[in-house]
Design a protein around this ligand. Structure first.
Ligand code: PBG
Length: 342
């Protein structure tokens, strides 16, 4: 063989692929593990503290009354290795207004849940979604200057979001996760936390949050669909990689401790952008309600086994550059990880 022919020997990948250990060596990212998983949970103010309300659009998921039903639900999961949750309040017995004033009530479901979980599961990492939409009468994520035109008052909104962030941090949240998409809320929240001597509380920015149809089941679960209009003026256009990149860079500059891309599966290029643009903060990927439902119904229809499809989807998120996987499948994945170890 001439050296010319040797040089042109075709590249062969199969030799690196013949054994599980060989395959593990080709991984560019951490393996799927309990530490990567964050479990989104809906918390209600049902007068019956043991109430569990199944959510029809999210098969297998429920809303839990704070604090009893929530603690009962989480106890076996913590035993299985659950390490972090993100809480969503679903208040139904509060007065709603333009400013989302009731979010600052000392006894909202989310605040009751934070206090109780902090006491009951001292090792559990507690993130909390911060947004105005569950507390506003119009259902938008910010304060409006005009109900007819649905124009947002960005400055007033971020001031109120910062108040809510402080309120949740005082109740015991380790991570504040603003999902509202108002401009410059990360800086406003960071400043407010500092001013209240809460600078140890982390902020996870929903930085690249797209105006997605995949939030449908969540709006049902959280009863948070806007009463009029849509969220396209503050959530990102699905085709806009450029705005996503600017949002990521800005939120890191404003002090975000973690950044998030949402939804997950259709936006893995943005996850890779986030990992490249912000290499020094962990990137989270939110596999949202519509993705959960899609994977579920695909399995129901016999397209694949649920376990295989969910694990592949999460693996893809890790490969794209995420460290944190926010998924409603967390309880099932914890169970599967345990089974796989046995
Ligand atoms: C509220 C919020 C939404 C989600 C998380 N926080 C809905 C929205 O912005 O319309 C979606 C989560 C999911 O679909 O699982 N601002």
């Amino acid at each position: 063989m001439t050296s010319q022919q040797q040089q042109s020997l075709p590249v062969r990948l199969h030799p690196s692929n013949q054994h599980p250990t060989l395959r593990a060596w080709t991984q560019s990212h951490p393996q799927l593990s309990a530490a990567a998983l964050m479990y989104p949970v809906f918390v209600t103010d049902d007068p019956n503290p043991d109430a569990v309300e199944p959510i029809p659009t999210l098969p297998g998921q429920s809303r839990f009354a704070a604090p009893n039903a929530l603690i009962a639900h989480l106890t076996p999961l913590v035993a299985l290795g659950l390490q972090s949750v993100i809480l969503f309040g679903v208040p139904s017995r509060i007065p709603k207004d333009n400013h989302g004033s009731a979010a600052l009530d000392p006894n909202t479901p989310v605040v009751l849940a934070l206090r109780a979980l902090r006491k009951h599961f001292p090792q559990l990492l507690l993130a909390v979604d911060v947004c105005l939409c569950p507390y506003t009468d119009h259902g938008h994520c910010g304060i409006l200057t005009n109900y007819d035109t649905q124009a947002l008052d960005n400055d007033a909104s971020i001031a109120q979001l910062a108040n809510i962030a402080v309120h949740y941090a005082q109740a015991g949240a380790h991570i504040i996760a603003p999902s509202d998409m108002m401009d410059n809320r990360i800086l406003a929240i960071k400043r407010a936390l500092n001013n209240h001597k809460l600078s140890n509380v982390a902020v996870m920015a929903y930085s690249a949050k797209f105006a997605s149809v995949f939030y449908g089941p969540f709006r049902d679960a959280a009863k948070s669909a806007p009463g009029m209009g849509d969220r396209k003026c503050y959530q990102l256009p699905p085709g806009s990689r450029k705005l996503a990149r600017r949002a990521i860079v800005r939120d890191v500059a404003e002090g975000a401790d973690m950044i998030m891309v949402k939804p997950g599966y259709p936006y893995l290029d943005v996850v890779r952008d986030a990992a490249d643009l912000a290499p020094d903060v962990p990137v989270a990927i939110y596999q949202v309600s519509g993705e959960y439902a899609m994977l579920w119904h695909g399995a129901q229809a016999g397209v694949y086994q649920l376990k295989d499809a969910v694990k592949e989807s999460l693996e893809a998120g890790l490969r794209a550059g995420a460290t944190i996987l926010i998924t409603y499948y967390t309880p099932m994945v914890l169970q599967w990880l345990k089974e796989d170890q046995q």
